[in-house]
Design a protein around this ligand. Sequence first.
Ligand code: ACM
Length: 621
Amino acid sequence: MRKIFFTLMVFTIIQQTKAQHTIIPAPVNYVQTSNELVFNSLNIRTDVNDKDVDRFTRQFKQYLSAKGFTKQTNGTQKTIEVSQNKKKNPKLGNEGYNLEINAQGIFLTANKAAGIFNGYQTLKQILPVKKEMETTSLKGCKIVDYPRFGWRGLMLDVSRHFFTVDEVKAYIDLMSQYKFNVFHWHLTDDNGWRIEIKSLPKLTEKGAWRVERHGKFDTEELEAPKPGEKATYGGFYTQEQIKDIVRYAAARNITIVPEIDMPGHSMAALAAYPEFSTKKEPKYVSPGNKFAEWHNDGTFTMLVENTLNPADEKVYDFIDKIFTEVAQLFPGEYIHMGGDECYHGYWEKDPEVQKFMKKNKIKNSHELQSYFVKRVEKIISKKGKKMMGWDEILEGGLAEGAAVMSWRGMKGGIEAAKMGHEVVMSPTTYAYIDYMQGDPTVENTIYASLSLEKAYSFEPVPQGVDPKYILGAQANLWTEAVPTLPFAYYMTYPRAFATAEVAWSQKKDKNWNDFIRRTRVHFDRFDAENLNICKAVYDPEVKVYTKGDKLMCELTNSVPGSEIYYTINNTYPSRFGKKYTGAFEIPAGKLDLRTQTLLNLKPIGRELRISREDLQSRAKK
Ligand code: ACM
């Protein structure tokens, strides 16, 4: 009994000391020690002779200086000793590191430069946001850390809305602080072509600009261009700017995967070169006006032709020119060719395409798309790159050597991995960060939702799949409803914390309560840095249903210790009102449900105010 008691006590102490850190993504092993480092200023000393380490160190020094940690105002300067393992520690791989903080100083070691970079990011999170007092003290700790996956990605769509060079850099810099290492850059789509291709100048002269509209994409709210109307919204990146961003990303351990989306999503390219469609009609870059009819079975009819013509040999010359330049600009291993949501209707109606299919014994439009993808794969691999595409590239037969990014759930990824292809998992169900993260009454409404908790529950390796084929995980930010960088941050964070942790931390360490505890600390850090972040996790989740002729309501909130107060009498929902304890009826009448979450009797998150009419319509869905 005593032994059990002792074991329990030791276990509790270990649990408690383990729970002290606030690092995201959680490191593999963190042990708090009893000593403490006290300093007035920090400097860095390294004997590593490596240009990448130099670059990372220079940058980290700048960070320390900007935050006031290098400024000496009394004698206690301490040193961050940075070294490279002479004998490689196999556990740490290329990106892992050891970090120790003790009374003497800070000690960072790694096998490779990338590990040192990641160690610096951890240290940033251990330090206060900026130096606020004469002396800073840090708790002693020993950290062993390395990633679970080699692909930890975020995708930013710069076609639906354009982000400037400085904005793209800022997005990259912030993601690197959470140890993401892939920036998937969605550079082309129906709404704008954003990359300079010198041999095809019209792509940016025409394809980068559209008429300006405000409203919801793909609805009648947005009008098609009027005759003679000037295209004023947009922009593109020159090749010099792209090289600059590639260098900037590399200096943050980030590889850029460029995406040139084809054969669908090509309206901007076709606005520049309509001859590469079947109808060869003049086109405009879509300002987001309604362009598709969506059917109940998930299929759609494109009202405007936005597909390249796979039966035209000149189209492959065009693609070759594009990828020749893309491959020269991006040093990474992969080029993404899209392949998603390609409408086949114009191919099916075109006599030349039909003739081509007959001649080449292509039985249907899926096989025709597969023919196209295989030709593109050959073009890309000739440039020394691996081709990646969205999971539609599986349809009609997957190109040899192609890697698949699974977005319509995990099914496509599972199928590709079972065929021995590399896979990145980024399913809508866990990783689409353009979806709403809170109640539609307080969010910018789009058609689907993804809560932080759901994003955190993502497991990228499905049962029965050999993990060696799963490169990693990625979250995607489509920007139809994301017009600015601060709003891009709002949509990305904190769900990207979840993705970072899914992709970096050990599966066995998944722990929602601990994750939310650390997330709350990062809410404060974002506030202190004046960065936008969504705190919808504090709001209640509202579920309504009918029971007989009654309209019933359930409220949940997954922040440990939180309490939800609500009213259905049009008064303010304070702690003097009704505390939620279980499902309740929303009575008939002209009233609103009003809710407020409290933690330690203090309001957290936003007040929700939902009309009975709205609740009633939700119950019907
Ligand atoms: C996609 O969301 N169309 C890949």
